[in-house]
Ligand binder design. Structure first.
Ligand SMILES: Nc1ncnc2c1ncn2[C@@H]1O[C@H](COP(=O)(O)OP(=O)(O)O)[C@@H](O)[C@H]1O
Ligand SMILES: [Mg+2]
Length: 390
């Protein structure tokens, strides 16, 4: 394609994308009409002037223009992704407020099961208002574009997940870990009181902001037993993550309950204190077998600094028998209060997002440890970047 046509296509994509207002579009047209302007030069001017982010520029260069504008929000760049969703960094066109927007991965978008999950997550976000749970950014956080793309608008938490923090820091102070789990337990207790069982507590679903506040994420798998019957989950659907799911849910189709969430919280707590999984396994099947039959090493075997009462608490949270397991979340909260100490989490958000991009690219290698090492070196290498959307 000739330079002229490439430029023409780019300007057309920009027009359709909704990224620039009329005055800026007018300027783009003028720049495009100047002699010797190339696609690369024009895009690089727009990125330098901060009219576009590098992500937007790369997408436009590939001829993509759809989906940059969702309602009143402009998509700046991807933030991260999980099993079913992709989460973007976005900015309100009028107020300039930054938010996180979750959409389903393209392969899940048309499936009723996943659309329902996003709906349930939106319900959870709009009903749950607690400092230890990610908040909705709008009273009704679920919206739909005219081409039927559902999206969920949340507060932006500019920080790492617990999994990322563990990869980057290797070892955390046990007092800080106690504070994380005290906060997570408070958020979880509140969610239970409102009728939600989370069902997927794990290091990826706890996010930590720079002042050390922990928030529970991802209510997409939640079970709701509250006052709105249309959102009740069908019974008997086994969900959760191997390695964190309570053994009774694997065995006899028991219903998830507050105690099964407590078990998952206990496994997550063990991982954060020791850097090791209580029931390790190479494959998903191995992890499920270990969850059913394996025995864990004591917390002090891995980390002798942890005080005995804290180690015992964690070990009681992950007992296989429900009858030996800790009974209530209040016990967790009361036991942790004397030991918890808040620390700031000093991690440059921009470096983190860049490191996530690179780790995502490595995922084809299907090797978490390589992915983790790369993530770690990327976070360290980019520590001097300024925090900004691009
Ligand atoms: N509100 C938010 N603010 C910042 N990052 C977020 C937010 N919500 C999700 N994320 C990031 O996106 C990732 C995936 O989100 P999640 O809701 O867990 O998706 P999935 O349902 O696919 O697992 C999280 O691990 C986190 O890194
Ligand atoms: Mg998740």
């Amino acid at each position: 394609m000739s330079d002229f046509w490439q430029l023409h296509n780019l300007v057309e994509c920009l027009d359709k994308s909704g990224l620039l207002d009329d005055a800026r579009l007018e300027k783009v047209h003028q720049l495009a009409n100047q002699p010797n302007t190339s696609v690369g030069a024009l895009l690089s001017v727009l990125v330098k002037s901060q009219w576009l982010t590098s992500f937007q520029s790369r997408q436009l260069r590939r001829g993509r223009w759809r989906g940059f504008r969702l309602g009143q929000y402009r998509i700046l760049r991807p933030l991260s992704s999980g099993g079913i969703g992709i989460v973007f960094w976005a900015r309100h066109c009028v107020t300039g407020r930054d938010v996180a927007i979750k959409v389903l991965r393209s392969q899940h978008r048309s499936k009723t099961k996943f659309r329902e999950r996003l709906k349930l997550e939106a319900l959870a976000l709009s009903l749950l208002q607690h400092k230890n749970i990610v908040r909705a950014a709008e009273a009704n956080p679920l919206a739909e574009t005219d081409y039927c793309l559902n999206y969920l608008v949340m507060e932006l938490v500019p920080g790492p997940t617990l999994r990322e923090l563990l990869v980057a820091r290797k070892k955390l102070r046990w007092q800080q870990v106690c504070d994380f789990f005290l906060q997570a337990a408070r958020g979880l207790k509140y969610a239970h009181q409102q009728g939600f069982i989370h069902r997927d507590i794990k290091p990826d679903n706890l996010i930590i902001s720079s002042d050390g506040t922990v928030k529970l994420l991802d209510f997409g798998f939640a079970k709701y037993d509250g006052d709105l019957p249309e959102f009740e989950s069908p019974p008997g659907r086994r969900v959760g993550t191997a390695g964190y799911i309570a053994p009774e849910l694997l065995l006899d189709q028991q219903e998830p309950c507050a105690q099964t969430d407590l078990y998952s919280l206990g496994c997550t707590f063990y991982v954060a204190l020791t850097g090791n999984h209580p029931f390790p396994g190479k494959t998903r099947e191995d992890r499920i077998d270990a969850q059913l039959d394996g025995r864990f090493r004591s917390v002090s075997y891995w980390n002798p600094d942890v005080p005995r009462p804290v180690a015992e608490l964690v070990e009681r949270m992950i007992r296989k028998s429900r009858f030996e397991r800790i009974a209530t979340i209040d016990e967790v909260i009361d036991s942790l209060s004397p030991y918890a100490q808040r620390d700031c989490v000093d991690m440059c958000f921009k470096s983190l997002v860049i490191a996530r991009d690179r780790a995502r690219n490595l995922r084809n290698a299907r090797n978490r440890s390589i992915e983790n090492q790369k993530f770690l070196s990327d976070v360290s290498r980019h520590l001097s970047f300024e925090d900004s959307a691009d």
